[in-house]
Write a protein that binds this ligand. Sequence first.
Ligand SMILES: Nc1nc2c(c(=O)[nH]1)N[C@H]1C(S)=C(S)[C@@H](COP(=O)(O)O)O[C@H]1N2
Ligand SMILES: [Mo]
Length: 327
Amino acid sequence: MMTRIQLPKIPWYEITPENVYLNRRSFMKGAGLALGAAALTACGSMPEAGAGSAESASATQAETTLAEAGATADELGDPLNTFDQITNYNNYYEFSTDKQAVARLAKDYPTSPWTVEVGGLVSNPGAYDMDDLRQMFEIEERIYRLRCVEAWSMVIPWQGFPLADLLTVVEPKAEAKYVRFETILDPERMPGQSSSWYQWPYVEGLRIDEAMNPLAILGTGLYGKDLLPQNGAPIRLVAPWKYGFKSIKSIVKIDLVAEQPTSLWMAAAGHEYGFYANVNPEVNHPRWSQATERRIGEGGRRPTLPFNGYEEQVAYLYEGMDLRANY
Ligand SMILES: Nc1nc2c(c(=O)[nH]1)N[C@H]1C(S)=C(S)[C@@H](COP(=O)(O)O)O[C@H]1N2
Ligand SMILES: [Mo]
C-alpha cells in the first residue's frame, strides 16, 4: 500500500526558491505523483491531468505505480533503464568491487527487520522500524538519473519519501549543520568489509539545506517493488544531482551534526572524492574527464549535465561557492 498518513510537512516553498518546480509538468506526469498536489495548488499551477481536489488527486495517484502509469522516460525524454540493468550493475563495495557480482553476493542479505536510528543534534531522536517508516510517510515515485563518478549513468524509477519529512519529525536543533549517514556494519555477512582499503562502515553526509531539498529522498523501492539488497535495501539515500557515491545504501544511522562529516570516500581518497560531489562536467576527476558519460544500455557517450540536469532545483544551494574548490 502506498497511501500514507500525512504528517505536517514544511511546505516546499519555504525550503526552496519559488522557481524550483514551476515548470516541471513533464516530470509530474512522468513521475505521476512526484510531488504532493498541494504544492502545485499552492503555487497556482494545477496538474494537467486529473484535476480535482488536491487530496483526491494524491490519494488516487498514490496507488498507481510508475510502471502502471506507463511512464517510460524521465522528464528529459530519456528512457528508463530496465529492472534487469538497475539490479545487476551495482556499486556496493561491502559485497564486491565487481559490479556484476554484487547482485549474486547480496542476494540473501537479510534486510528485515531493520531499524534506523535518528539522533545527534535533534530534539526528538528515535529508533524507527522500517515498517513504521513506510507507514509514517507518503511514499512517492521519482524518476531520477543516477550519474556515477565513474562516468556511467542510468535512469531509475524510485519509490521513497523526502528526507526532509523525516528530518522534520526529529526536529534538528539550531546547531545542526550537516546530516551524517551510516551503512550497516556487518563484516560477517558483507565480505567487502574485511578489506582494509576502506574505513567501514560506509559514511556519507549532506549539508542540512541540501538534505532539506525536495529532490533528496530516502529510497525504499524501485520499479514498484521494495529495494533488492544490491540497490541498498531496505532504505538508501538518493541525491540525484550528486555523484552516485553520495547516495549511501542500507542506512542504519542518521545523525544531525555540527561539523562536516568525513565520508568513506573522503577518507580513502579525499583529493579525488570531495564532500560536495555535485555532478559537474567542468571539473574533471584527477584521472578522467567528467564531461561525458556512458548511459548503461546505450552506445556512445552523452554530455554530462551540470548538477546531472537538476540545476534549476539545486543551484541556489551553491550560490557564491567555488565549485572547483568544493568538488
Ligand atoms: N553503502 C554503500 N553505498 C553505496 C555504495 C557502496 O559501495 N556502499 N556505492 C555508491 C556508488 S559509487 C553508486 S554509483 C551507487 C550505485 O547505486 P545502485 O547500485 O543502486 O545503482 O551507490 C552508492 N552507494
Ligand atoms: Mo558510483
